[in-house]
Design a protein around this ligand. Structure first.
Ligand code: GTP
Ligand code: MG
Length: 195
């Protein structure tokens, strides 16, 4: 997959209508600060086109990146950020739910979890929820540069077990620093485009 043109085409908030896209959408979900926007930048070969931050809660809208006029990357707000009000959490939760339920062009969901930690109940709920809506999310274990190679294998098993993923579900370790795992992610996107 060769990404030539990227354009942040649509940004939606809690009250905006979903865009009526006619190209496939690929969504990136996961808790706040897990690395969704960083992964999108790595895939787009851009340093900071999608805004990232050390502070959780950076992305507060749903951002649609038009990729090569061929598909969209959809950057979702993170869930589970403890420091925002319950009202804000519910607002973001509703935005994510509404998008996952209503989008007609959503074909692929990547669920990001931090490779260092056991997935949370929120992660588990997110996974189960997507499965209930007929998706088969691919798991990305982010920030793989933060642990050793042997720890990685161990953590992948922890993630697989906690999320109780559907048999055959890929879990891809990824690092936004080294770009390790990026080619494998491209392959799944390409396969989805060709499906
Ligand atoms: P929200 O928009 O708040 O939901 O967060 P996000 O999931 O989009 O996370 P973001 O991409 O903004 O990254 C959060 C922080 O983690 C930033 O400081 C990134 O630089 C850092 N980060 C993301 N991916 C990696 C990675 O693979 N390795 C390392 N070491 N740091 C990373
Ligand atoms: Mg973000």
């Amino acid at each position: 997959m060769h990404i030539k043109n990227v354009n942040l085409e649509t940004v939606i908030g809690i009250t905006s209508d979903l865009p009526k896209n006619d190209k496939m959408e690929v969504a990136f979900a996961g808790k706040s600060n897990v690395g969704k926007s960083s992964l999108i930048n790595a895939l787009m070969n851009r340093k900071s086109y999608a805004r990232t931050s050390q502070q959780p809660g950076k992305t507060q809208t749903i951002n649609f990146y038009n990729i090569n006029s061929e598909l969209y990357f959809v950057d979702l707000p993170g869930y589970g950020y403890a420091k925002v009000s319950l009202e804000t959490k519910q607002k973001w939760g509703k935005m994510i739910d509404r998008y996952l339920m209503k989008s007609e062009m959503l074909r692929l969901i990547f669920l990001l979890v931090d490779i260092r930690h056991e997935p949370s109940e929120n992660d588990k709920n997110m996974y189960d929820w997507a499965v209930r809506y007929g998706f088969n999310p691919i798991i990305i274990a982010t920030k793989s540069d933060k642990i050793s190679r042997s720890q990685r294998q161990k953590q992948m098993a922890v993630i697989r077990k906690k999320l109780n993923v559907i048999e055959g579900t890929p879990i891809i370790p990824f690092s936004a620093l080294s770009k390790d795992g990026r080619d494998e992610i491209y392959e799944y996107i390409q396969a989805s485009l060709e499906a």
